[in-house]
Design a protein. Structure first.
Length: 318
């Protein structure tokens, strides 16, 4: 009995040590990842409502020091739009962009006229006999079309919502001052996935399945943004139109922050090289910038793929 008891104790201690070692290893892995504090001075001051404040916020049960600020999510470095052409003869100067299979296409009048061939579906018919294109022209029409259950009257339309419809919306961001790296990644919930330095939201992928199912198309402008009733103007793609902060080396510039506080950088560096060691979220780490993300290609409908930090919060006051 004594020998059996000693054996049982040895086995228990062995597995307990293994368990503790595993926890230490996981912690060590996370602690080895360098993190860099958010630089609030990168934001365009004129686009912030009031000031960027520091507040303690409960994030996933952890009291976290966050930067809290508000914007109207309106771009200032570039014109917002255009999105939908008005006639099948209109060129790309009157059009936005769309994407499929990783490629970007100009939503010209010719593109609209040939959507049935593009999607191999004869039900596409966004233009009338006189060549004019069916576009949502008012806020009411925008609200009827820019939602998952598109109203029947706005099927087979080019969906265009204008920034002025929702210019008084206020988006509040709560972003950790110092991000916390976690080994386990997490998918996005509702709300923005980050913010550009002009205060415009980076959003999760556009819901292309719902859009196309109604035979509608909701183009982005050349800057990667469009408008919806419950988010105002926001980006689904990064095209180099917004404020960038250059790096002292050849690394790509920082263009904003993810909602977990990690920086989002451009896709390619100054020599047009792209990183080959990105993780599942589109991020990696280096000695100068710590852990950070790289924005995906414009045709990918994915700025970043997931989060490796404890996320902050976004909320919209309509």
């Amino acid at each position: 009995m004594k020998n059996s008891a000693l054996l049982l104790l040895s086995i228990t201690l062995f597995f307990s040590c293994k368990s503790n070692q595993k926890k230490k290893d996981e912690t060590a892995t996370e602690n080895e990842i360098k993190t860099v504090t958010v630089n609030k001075d990168y934001f365009i001051t004129e686009n912030i409502i009031g000031e960027i404040k520091e507040e303690m916020v409960n994030l996933n049960g952890v009291e976290t020091l966050c930067y809290v600020f508000q914007t109207n999510s309106q771009a200032t470095e570039h014109q917002m739009g255009p999105w939908c052409p008005r006639h099948i003869d209109d060129g790309k100067e009157k059009a936005g962009i769309w994407f499929k299979d990783g490629k970007v296409y100009d939503v010209t009048g010719h593109f609209i006229a040939n959507l049935d061939e593009f999607y191999e579906d004869e039900a596409w018919e966004l233009f009338r006999d006189d060549g004019s294109i069916k576009v949502t022209e008012t806020q009411e029409e925008c609200e009827g079309a820019a939602k998952p259950d598109v109203e029947e009257a706005y099927r087979n339309h080019c969906v265009e919502c204008l920034p002025e419809y929702f210019k008084n919306q206020i988006t509040t961001y709560k972003i950790p001052v110092t991000p916390t790296y976690q080994e386990a990644s997490q998918r996005f919930g509702r709300g923005g996935i980050g913010v550009a330095f002009n205060g415009v939201k980076f959003d999760p992928p556009a819901p292309t399945h719902a859009i196309l199912a109604a035979h509608t198309i909701a183009p982005l402008d050349d800057h990667g943004g469009h408008v919806n009733p419950h988010g105002g103007y926001h980006y689904h793609a990064v095209t180099g139109s917004t404020k960038e902060v250059e790096q002292p080396d050849v690394h790509s510039p920082i263009i904003g922050y993810a909602i977990d506080g990690f920086g989002i950088y451009g896709l390619a560096d100054k020599e047009n090289h792209m990183s080959s060691d990105l993780d599942d979220c589109g991020g990696h780490s280096d000695n100068q910038r710590g852990y950070h993300y790289h924005a995906g290609a414009p045709g990918g409908n994915q700025i970043i793929k997931c989060l490796h930090g404890i996320p902050g919060e976004t909320s919209i006051q309509e």
